[in-house]
Design a protein around this ligand. Structure first.
Ligand code: GLN
Length: 375
C-alpha cells in the first residue's frame, strides 16, 4: 500500500500524489530546481533550509544514495517534490534508495504529481509558500499551514544551520578509485565562516593548499583574526541576508584590515550589504545547474550552478565595487570585486556539487589574492 501525499500552496492549489519519504507535515517556500543530477547534494545543501524543492527532471533517485555525497551533516531541505521515483536504484556506489534515505532523515516527499504544471505556476506567480503532507491527509490543515508560513523575507537562518563550534577541514577531492579524499600540503590559513557551508567548497579550498578552520556564523571579527588567517571565506547559506547583522559587522572589519576575502552566494550578498549595497527578493530565484553567466572581464559565457532567491541590486553597488559577472537569464548581478580591498564574490555556486566546473578558477583567484597579500 502506498501512502497518499499532498502539496498545498498558499494560493489554494493542491496537488495529490504518493508519499516517497517520511510521513508528516512540512512547510516552507516551494522552489523549482532544473538540475538533471545531484538530488542528494541538493537535499543536503543547507541553503535549502525552509525550502521545499521541486525537481523538474522527471526521474529522480535512479542512482540511489551514498554517504560520501552529502554536502552537510544532515538533509536540510524541508521537502522534495518529484514526478517519478524508480522502482530500484542502480549504481555501483549506491548504499540505499532515495525513499529509504528520505525516510531515515524524516524528510517528507511527494511523487507522481505534474511537476511541469507546478513549475509553470511557480514561474508565473513566483515562489509560493507551501506545505507537504504525507500519511494522514487533511487538506484544510495543509492549506492553513502553507498560509501560516511567514516566508523567507526577513528570516535569518544562517545562525541556525551553522556549526556550534569551530573545526578544522583538510579533505580535498574524492578519489573514486581509492575511495579516499585527497590531502594537500597546507600553505594558507583560511577562516571559513559557516553560514550553511557546503562540503565541496571546503574540499576545493583544501585541495588548493588551504588550512581551513570552519567557524560558527556569529564568530566575531576579533575571534577570527586571533586565528591569524591569510584569508577569510564567506559561505553560502539559507534565508535572507539582510537580518544577518553580526556577519555584516564582521565583514566590515575584515575589509578595513584589507584581508583577502572571498564570498559565495549568501557570502556574496553579505559582502554586498557590508559595502552599502542592497539586496532584494527575486520572483522565483535561480536554482539549477545550467545557468549562463557572463564573465565581464573575458567576455566568456560560463555555465554555472545556481541556488538563490535573493540578489544584490546591481544599481545599489557603490563606486568601489567593479561588476565581474552577470546572469544571462535575467541580467541580475552575479559577482563583483572591490577596487580598494582584496575582496571578491560570486552569486552562483563555483563549487558545483552538483553542476558544471566552469567557475572553479575563482578558487584559484582567492589563493592568488592571499599569495599577493603575503608578499
Ligand atoms: N545558496 C545560497 O547561499 C543562497 C543565499 C540566499 N539564502 C538566497 O536565497 O539568495
Amino acid at each position: 500500500m502506498t501512502d497518499t501525499a499532498i502539496l498545498a500552496l498558499e494560493d489554494g492549489t493542491v496537488f495529490e500524489g504518493i508519499s516517497v519519504g517520511a510521513p508528516g507535515l512540512s512547510v516552507g517556500e516551494v522552489v523549482f530546481n532544473t538540475a538533471m543530477t545531484g538530488y542528494q547534494e541538493i537535499l543536503t545543501d543547507p541553503s535549502y533550509a525552509r525550502q521545499i524543492v521541486t525537481l523538474t527532471y522527471p526521474h529522480v533517485g535512479n542512482t540511489g544514495c551514498t554517504a560520501q555525497d552529502d554536502e552537510a551533516l544532515q538533509a536540510w531541505a524541508s521537502g522534495l517534490v518529484v514526478r517519478d521515483v524508480p522502482r530500484r536504484p542502480s549504481n555501483w556506489r549506491s548504499e540505499g534508495s532515495l525513499p529509504e534515505w528520505l525516510r531515515a532523515r524524516g524528510i517528507v516527499a511527494i511523487a507522481d504529481i505534474d511537476t511541469r504544471k507546478l513549475t509553470r505556476l511557480l514561474r508565473d506567480r513566483g515562489a509560493q509558500n507551501g506545505a507537504l503532507m504525507a500519511g494522514n491527509i487533511d487538506v484544510d490543515k495543509a492549506l492553513e499551514a502553507a498560509r501560516k508560513f511567514p516566508g523567507l523575507e526577513g528570516m535569518d537562518l544562517a545562525k541556525d544551520v551553522s556549526t556550534r563550534s569551530a573545526y578544522p577541514w583538510r579533505d580535498g577531492q574524492l578519489d573514486l578509485d581509492s575511495g579516499e579524499f585527497a590531502q594537500a600540503a597546507p600553505r594558507y590559513k583560511v577562516v571559513a565562516y559557516d553560514y550553511g557551508v557546503k562540503r565541496n567548497i571546503l574540499r576545493m579550498l583544501a585541495e588548493r593548499g588551504c588550512d581551513v578552520t570552519v567557524v560558527p556564523a556569529q564568530t566575531s571579527a576579533t575571534e577570527a583574526l586571533a586565528l591569524a588567517p591569510d584569508g577569510i571565506f564567506l559561505s553560502n547559506g539559507p534565508g535572507d541576508p539582510q537580518p544577518c547583522d553580526y556577519a555584516i559587522a564582521a565583514i566590515r572589519e575584515f575589509l578595513a584590515k584589507k584581508i583577502p576575502l572571498y564570498g559565495i552566494c549568501l557570502g556574496h550578498q553579505l559582502l554586498g550589504l557590508a559595502i552599502g549595497a542592497t539586496t532584494k527578493k527575486m520572483k522565483f530565484g535561480h536554482h539549477g545547474a545550467n545557468h549562463p553567466v557572463i564573465d565581464l572581464d573575458s567576455g566568456r559565457v560560463m555555465i554555472t550552478s545556481q541556488n538563490h532567491g535573493f540578489a544584490v541590486d546591481e544599481a545599489s553597488l557603490p563606486g568601489n565595487a567593479r561588476v565581474t559577472h552577470r546572469s544571462l537569464f535575467d541580467g541580475s548581478n552575479q559577482g563583483f570585486a572591490l577596487t580598494d580591498a582584496p575582496a571578491f564574490s560570486f552569486q552562483g555556486h563555483p563549487e558545483a556539487a552538483p553542476g558544471p566546473h566552469d567557475l572553479a578558477p575563482l578558487f584559484d583567484r582567492f589563493i592568488e589574492s592571499m599569495r599577493a597579500a603575503s608578499r
